[in-house]
Write a protein that binds this ligand. Structure first.
Ligand SMILES: [Zn+2]
Length: 243
């Protein structure tokens, strides 16, 4: 009788442990895609730890005419350099705008070729998405290390593995005013002004639709942060300050 009971408890415990481990593994597997603190391979950066009052403005998903050009006009006006995480396909259609970005001191980063989610893709697709855009950026005369930002910030196992192999850091962000939603320029700028810290990386978008609000918000962000004593750096400049 005793042994039947023991067998039953052992069986119940095994079932419980297996379900528990299954649940935890599933949770972590899911969490890995969007975690800004854990990445299995290579490096990921959401902010640079520094005491200096510096931040980086980053713009994703362009170039996107006419908003990118309008944005470049604003940045020129306020004498601020930004980093553009471009989509290869968009870049091919807007080479003159990309040349202007470089001529005016901005940095170009790689945001994949087609902006497809790379979390569940085969390694061959991930490689081609990174290589194709790197090649277009290099053809524009960029010789230094080209930074990468995962489409939608999503990554799990193969993408970090491939980035680590190429010695590339996955550049994410710590300030996301969600300019891709229905936000007014005021809301975008106020969110940024209230959430930046020294070394912050600010996520904005020049691509993916009508970005008039982001263009207006950019001027407000620069004015508000200048008033707080902040300076603007490109990602390459910011990472050199890393302690
Ligand atoms: Zn994007």
């Amino acid at each position: 009788m005793l042994s039947i009971n023991n067998n039953f408890y052992a069986y119940a415990l095994t079932v419980f442990l297996c379900s528990f481990i299954g649940f935890i593994s599933k949770y972590f597997y899911k969490k890995l895609a969007t975690s800004y603190t854990i990445q299995l391979f290579g490096k990921m950066l959401t902010r640079v730890k520094t005491g200096d009052k510096v931040v980086a403005l980053t713009y994703d998903d362009g170039p996107n005419s006419p908003y990118t050009e309008k944005l470049l006009n604003v940045l020129k006006d306020v004498q601020v350099k930004a980093t553009f995480f471009v989509i290869g396909k968009q870049l091919e259609r807007n080479l003159a705008t990309a040349q202007r970005m470089l001529a005016e001191g901005h940095e170009l980063g790689n945001h994949s070729y087609s902006h497809t989610k790379l979390i569940n893709q085969k390694l061959s697709v991930i490689r081609s998405e990174i290589t194709k855009t790197d090649e277009i950026i290099s053809a524009l005369g960029v010789n230094s290390n080209i930074h990468f930002r995962a489409p939608l910030g999503l990554k799990r196992i193969r993408l970090p593995w491939e980035l680590a192999r190429r010695n590339k850091t996955n550049i994410l962000w710590d300030v996301d005013p969600q300019d891709y939603k229905e936000q007014s320029p005021d809301q975008i700028a106020n969110f940024v002004a209230h959430n930046v810290k020294p070394g912050s990386i600010i996520l904005l978008h020049d691509g993916g639709g009508n970005r008039s609000r982001t263009v207006i918000a950019t001027k407000m962000i620069v004015e508000q942060l200048h008033a707080k004593g902040y300076q603007f750096k490109t990602i390459s400049e910011l990472v050199t300050l890393k302690t």
